[in-house]
Design a protein around this ligand. Structure first.
Ligand code: NCD
Length: 321
């Protein structure tokens, strides 16, 4: 099925569930076109403005959205949550309504509350892209993850993928698991410490979608690594642990046991690739960066192409003929 750009115009991108497999394919195809032919797209967002509202820290998502907008000929509003009047107690709603008055074409929002992107989309007229809402979802990361999986193995169907680490608080794995559930013959190995297992609500959605998955302790890692095409590592989300001594201790307990070392990959397929949304902290031994397994820096680069594709689809512009 061919997707027309009009199908995307002024849509909000809040969760991966709202995108069909065909729609995902259009984003991925356009992203590949942009990766190969960046010059052709250099002016397509002339006169358009993006408001990046990042209320949580970000390196890759915020920089790649900004680079994408600038390289497409658009402009970026300079908004810094730390210097904003939120620090004086202004509400998110008032902040959003104020920014809307300055006429952005698209608002990209990251916030520590689950549901905040949906809230913003309900308040705002311009289209809203969820750049991560609390521990809920991170749909644009998922699009770049799918793009990367396709780049690695030519297709997404049938991928055997280990999702490892913080499956409780990690929004990237929540979105990615739901997205993969729509592709046939995949298997998800969910590997985590007992305290950081994938929440039941997401497991129910996977079951409902007929997705094949299995849950494993960290200790079982070496038994399943030989079956995987992709190992998707995640960071333990320290900022989402309860505050205080109890949280500190729980964080210390899990991170002690969770670190990927080269010798743990002895039984891996030679073509295995390791992905990670980044930032990585201590969960991957440094020497793995220099092996053929490591794919996370190319994965991060792919964020640029995916975010360009999304911006082009959502806020228009035609290829320079
Ligand atoms: C992730 C996030 O913010 O959820 N980072 C990212 O966007 N690449 C993962 C993380 O912070 O661990």
């Amino acid at each position: 099925m061919e997707i027309k750009k009009e199908d995307f115009i002024e849509r909000d991108i809040i969760s991966v569930d709202s995108l069909s497999v065909d729609e995902v394919k259009s984003v991925l195809d356009l992203a590949k076109d942009i990766e190969m032919n960046s010059d052709v797209f250099s002016n397509v967002l002339n006169g358009k403005m993006m408001a990046p509202l990042f209320f949580e820290n970000s390196t890759r998502t915020s920089s790649s959205f900004q680079a994408a907008m600038l390289q497409l000929g658009g402009k970026v509003l300079d908004f810094d949550a730390d210097r904003s009047s939120l620090k004086k107690g202004e509400t998110l709603r008032d902040t959003l309504k104020t920014i809307q008055g300055y006429r952005p074409d698209v608002v990209v929002i990251r916030h520590n509350k689950d549901g905040s992107a949906k809230f913003a989309a309900d308040v705002l007229k311009p289209c809203v892209i969820n750049a991560g809402d609390g521990q809920n979802q991170h749909p644009t990361q998922t699009l770049l993850d799918l793009y990367t999986i396709k780049e690695i193995r030519k297709e997404i169907d049938g991928v055997k993928i280990i999702l490892a680490g913080d499956l409780k608080y990690g929004r990237t794995v929540h979105s990615l698991a739901l997205a993969l559930a729509k592709y046939p013959d995949c298997h998800l190995y969910l590997v985590s410490p007992e305290s950081l297992k994938m929440p039941q609500v997401f497991l129910n959605l996977l079951s409902k979608a007929g997705c094949s998955f299995s849950e494993h302790d960290l200790e079982e890692f070496e038994n399943i690594i030989s079956e995987a095409d992709i190992l998707y590592m995640t960071r333990v989300q320290r900022e989402r642990f309860p505050e205080g001594l109890e949280g500190e201790q729980a964080y210390g307990d899990v991170t002690k046991k969770y670190c990927l070392k080269l010798d743990m990959l002895k039984k891996a397929k030679p073509e295995l690739k390791i992905m990670h949304p980044l930032p990585k902290v201590n969960e991957i031994q440094d020497e793995i960066d220099d092996t053929e397994f490591a794919y996370y820096f190319k994965q991060a680069e792919n964020g640029l192409y995916i975010r360009k594709a999304l911006l082009v689809l959502l806020i228009g512009g035609r290829k320079n003929e």
